[in-house]
Design a protein around this ligand. Structure first.
Ligand code: GTR
Length: 327
């Protein structure tokens, strides 16, 4: 009896071991997209993930990166990822809020105390939970990692120190009504527009300003359009996301899926180191190019945006309390 059981168990174990072997025969070149140019921290972290994936899968799985928004704006890239034309996408969480509304909690103005708080949240159980919620949503995106997007600050052609200074100013925001509401509450007129259109819009005066972190502000050359007053509002601290198309994910064996998750987590930490360096480098370059960093107490902007947090946070009071409790 015991011998039979052992034999059976051994047979079963052998069979189970076969499954990943058969399924992992999948060969694929993953198309990875990003709006940022080559050399940007997110692009470099995904390239590194690609090299590791190729080695670990003995060449079966490769990543081909398409940086610089060559495959479209972020909104279009999210759509392409949803139906599998893009396999791996690094995107801001901002526009993802339009397809997975529950992540908008992370997109609310002043929801995180500072960058350290945001990092503690995304690295911990709440971060894991939100990744799982995105993956479980009907959006057809499997979220495997977070990345750092620093804090977003205003850049305008006239100096801004308080909400009243934004009166009548058209400020470009990312495509999600939450951000237009945020800018309107901050005192300006929020205009939703794709990242790739902002440079010309600033140049031609279609908008008077925009908002972003230092690496984006610098690499997009937006600072060279006359929008050279950079007010340190830190109004949005939005993490970035690495997602795999659900169509692609379902073709991967469980072992390959686990590998992707592991490498995603490593990319999250690698990107962070690259990010901190990019923020320091790009801040110095912006200052060198004549950008004026305006240091302010952002309290007035925080208070002005309370109705936005009330509107978008109402359904997530418990989650917000848990975010606040993270130290
Ligand atoms: C950047 C972010 C991009 C894109 C861009 C924007 O900070 O990394 O993914 O969302 O902002 O403002 O559109």
């Amino acid at each position: 009896m015991t011998v039979r059981r052992t034999l059976l168990a051994t047979g079963l174990a052998a069979l189970l071991m076969q499954i990943p072997l058969i399924a992992s025969a999948q060969k694929m070149v993953l198309k990875a997209a990003d709006v940022h140019p080559a050399g940007y921290p997110t692009v470099m972290a995904v390239e590194s993930l690609g090299r590791k994936l190729e080695t670990a899968s003995e060449g079966r799985l490769k990543v081909q990166t398409y940086p610089g928004g060559v495959l479209g704006g972020e909104k279009e890239m999210i759509e392409q990822t949803q139906f599998g034309a893009i396999n791996l996408l690094r995107t801001s969480l901002g526009p993802v809020g339009t397809v997975v509304p529950e992540v908008n909690v992370f997109n609310m103005p002043f929801v995180f105390r500072d960058i350290a708080h945001m990092r503690a949240v995304i690295d911990g159980s709440i971060g894991e939970e939100l990744l799982a919620r995105i993956s479980a949503s009907p959006a057809k995106l499997v979220a495997i990692a977070w990345m750092d997007g620093g804090s977003r600050n205003l850049y305008t052609k006239k100096p801004v120190r308080q909400p009243a200074d934004l009166k009548g100013q058209k400020i470009r925001m990312m495509g999600n009504p939450l951000f237009v509401d945020t800018m309107n509450a901050m005192g300006g007129n929020g205009i939703s527009m794709g990242y790739g259109e902002v440079f010309t819009a600033l140049q031609t005066g279609v908008v008077d300003g925009a908002e972003n972190n230092a690496p984006s502000y610098f690499t997009s050359n937006h600072y060279s359009t006359g929008a050279k007053y950079y007010t340190q509002t830190h109004h949005l601290i939005i993490p970035e996301l690495l997602v795999v198309s659900k169509f692609t994910w379902d073709k991967l064996s469980p072992a390959d899926q686990a590998l992707m998750k592991k490498l995603g987590r490593e990319a999250q930490l690698e990107q962070r180191a690259l990010w901190d360096k990019a923020v320091a480098d790009n801040t110095a370059k912006l200052k060198g190019a004549g950008v004026e960093f305006i240091e302010i107490d952002s309290k007035a902007f925080r208070e002005a945006t309370a109705p936005v947090r009330a509107k978008y946070g109402a359904a997530h009071a418990d989650l917000i309390r848990r975010i606040e409790a993270v130290r």
